[in-house]
Design a binder for this molecule. Structure first.
Ligand code: ADP
Ligand code: MG
Length: 229
């Protein structure tokens, strides 16, 4: 009974966020539509048009960022937890993010030191890791982000470490609150989505961070000992 209530509560929160996210995507698109309408109907001086084009591009960036931080998570999805090979999952995540890391001169490395699978949803796990690693890259220009996957006793542990800006304990507390962002073009949805996915996959996450030293995210999933469990 207790659990059922919690589930319902969680669903309400998730659907409220979904509603606000679609609002957040609709707003910039409406602005862009209005601007295109203006372009169509009026001859604008070159500089004015240039400025409005900048506004439109900025608005589109906002919509794109929200979609990339959030979309996989929002996909209506039946729970389809399967055994995931972490080497494959990590390889995929690394190949998606390597061009982004290169752009910011960040060295991105990973090592998978376990053959144990975890139980989860591949799309969602990838979205979660992409959101976390992307933040690490953004916090560490010219720095490094190192990922390691290992088995520690009854757990599969994914460690993601950067040597970037770090966070104060107050900032750490705010992680995962919808729309909390310190970035100019931030969505403040990446961590919320990552935390929700880890929870849905029965995992936990711990964060350690120090200003100007970097951050460490330790995700832990239960070890699956028996396929019939
Ligand atoms: P966004 O990246 O769009 O700002 P997120 O939800 O992904 O939104 O992250 C929220 C905030 O958490 C970021 O704006 C940043 O302040 C902080 N943060 C997350 N990861 C890190 C990190 N690895 N290093 C420093 N700050 C971080
Ligand atoms: Mg982010």
């Amino acid at each position: 009974m207790q659990k059922e209530l919690q589930e319902i509560e969680k669903m309400i929160v998730v659907s409220q966020i979904a509603a606000s996210v679609s609002h957040e995507i609709r707003n910039p698109l409406t602005t862009v539509k209005g601007l295109l309408q203006v372009f169509k109907e009026r001859e604008l001086p070159f500089e004015k048009r240039q400025n409005l084009t900048e506004v439109a591009l900025h608005e589109l960036d906002t919509a794109i960022n929200i979609i990339s931080d959030y979309l996989t998570f929002a996909k209506p999805q039946v729970e389809k937890m399967i055994f995931l090979n972490l080497s494959e999952e990590l390889q995929q995540v690394i190949s998606v993010l390597t061009p982004y890391a290169n752009m910011q001169q960040v060295t991105l490395t990973y090592v998978v030191d376990t053959a144990q699978p975890i139980l989860g949803d591949s799309q969602q796990l990838r979205q979660c890791l992409i959101n976390l690693v992307k933040n690490c890259i953004e916090a560490s220009p010219n720095g490094r982000v190192d990922i390691a996957v290992l088995t520690i006793r009854e757990h599969i542990v994914i460690r993601i470490q950067d040597n970037g800006t770090g966070m104060t304990s107050e900032q750490i507390q705010r992680l995962g609150i919808p729309y909390y962002s310190t970035k100019e073009k931030g969505t403040g949805l990446g961590m919320m989505v990552a935390f929700s996915i880890i929870k849905a996959m029965n995992g936990t996450i711990k964060v350690e961070s120090e200003i100007n030293m970097g951050s460490l995210f330790v995700i832990s999933f239960p070890l699956q000992l028996n396929l019939n469990d």
